[in-house]
Design a protein around this ligand. Structure first.
Ligand code: FAD
Length: 305
């Protein structure tokens, strides 16, 4: 049984996208609840220096905390429950199955994000904890300008990422994560033309040295020293809930949306990393603002008492 009353909007995911959407919808006097599984990518940001308005930078955890406070000031809140399933009720409303009672809503905004694929190299975890394993050169490539960078890559994504990082440093090496995934001839030529070295993977181990550098042992050849390691292994998109409703996805699993952040399913909206777009905080919050306004306009007008 679904609980009543029916929400104007159920937001799934309390990362920057879901929280920003919640703030907007509350400020439109809408009945909205934000549900969250507690695994925001933003929480993994030690210090972002490209989010506008914070000249000294801000950690992802601090940013999330501020967004939660802002939502609370507008009378909203986050329910820490994973949404296990989403279906359409007989009356056309959405019904979400959570660990609590079912929740019914007239519209749903999916802000469920993505999960980074981690490199499986012996010794990599201590590097991650010390901030020496990076995932997003758009976010922090600048901070490693001129350093020795190793990119652990998979497929075309790895090649693209290594070439992108080459903009920041002349010392870039690409190492394949999978034994059978070497760059093809065209990719090799492109890498060579930009002086990106190609090492033979998979890496056997990585270890931080006393001088702070990383010693990486490839599958063939001598161990090499680097200053930072980038993972370019792609992401797993958390789009299952939308997929069960038949929402269109791109080849990478991201949700396809229109200019108002509407998916191909009527009443189902999406914002943030789960959408086929640039995975950035500013994009997530910007999309949330557009989606929330579109949701408000699509719902029946409120009449002040
Ligand atoms: C190490 C790192 C550094 C980064 N640095 C920067 C940076 O400097 N600048 C920048 O702009 N971007 C940066 N990013 C990217 C940024 O973190 C993401 O673009 C941003 O977090 C996307 O926000 P989101 O709300 O779409 O998703 P997320 O922040 O990932 O939030 C999604 C939320 O949805 C919840 N969820 C998922 N499924 C369900 C479900 N079924 N039920 C309930 N809840 C669910 C999850 O638990 C999670 O809390 C970085 C990313 C990483 C990994």
């Amino acid at each position: 049984m679904s609980s009543k009353p029916v929400l104007d909007c159920m937001v799934i995911g309390a990362g920057p996208a879901g929280l920003a959407a919640g703030i907007y919808l509350r400020r439109f006097h809408r009945e909205v609840r934000v549900f969250d599984g507690g695994a925001s990518r933003a929480r993994r940001i030690p210090l972002t220096r490209n989010y506008p308005g914070f000249p000294e930078g801000i950690s992802g955890a601090d940013l999330l905390s501020r967004l939660q406070q802002q939502l609370a000031r507008q009378g909203g809140g986050v329910t820490m429950q994973q949404v296990a399933a989403l279906r359409r009720g007989d009356d056309g409303t959405f019904v979400a199955q959570t660990s609590g009672p079912d929740v019914a809503a007239r519209t749903v905004l999916l802000a469920t994000g993505v999960v980074d694929v981690e490199p499986a190299i012996p010794g990599v975890e201590p590097l991650r904890l010390r901030g020496l394993l990076r995932y997003c050169p758009i976010c922090d490539g600048y901070d490693h300008s001129g350093q020795r960078v190793a990119v652990v890559g998979r497929g075309r994504h790895g090649v693209r990422e290594a070439l992108f990082i080459r903009h920041f440093s002349q010392h870039v090496a690409l190492i394949n994560a999978d034994a059978d995934d070497l760059p093809d001839e065209t990719e090799r030529q492109a890498l060579q033309a930009h002086q990106v070295e190609v090492l033979t993977g998979p890496a056997q181990s990585v270890e931080q040295q006393e001088d702070g550098s990383i010693l990486l042992t490839p599958a063939a050849g001598e161990p090499r020293r680097f200053d930072v390691l980038y993972a370019a292994l792609g992401t797993r998109v958390r789009s299952e809930l939308a997929a069960t409703l038949g929402a269109a996805q791109d080849e990478g699993g991201c949700l396809v949306v229109d200019a108002h952040l509407r998916t191909s399913v009527d009443g189902l909206y999406a914002a943030g990393d789960v959408v086929s777009s640039l995975s950035q905080l500013t994009v997530a919050t910007g999309q949330a603002a557009i989606a929330a306004t579109a949701i408000h306009n699509a719902l029946a007008p409120l009449r002040p008492a």
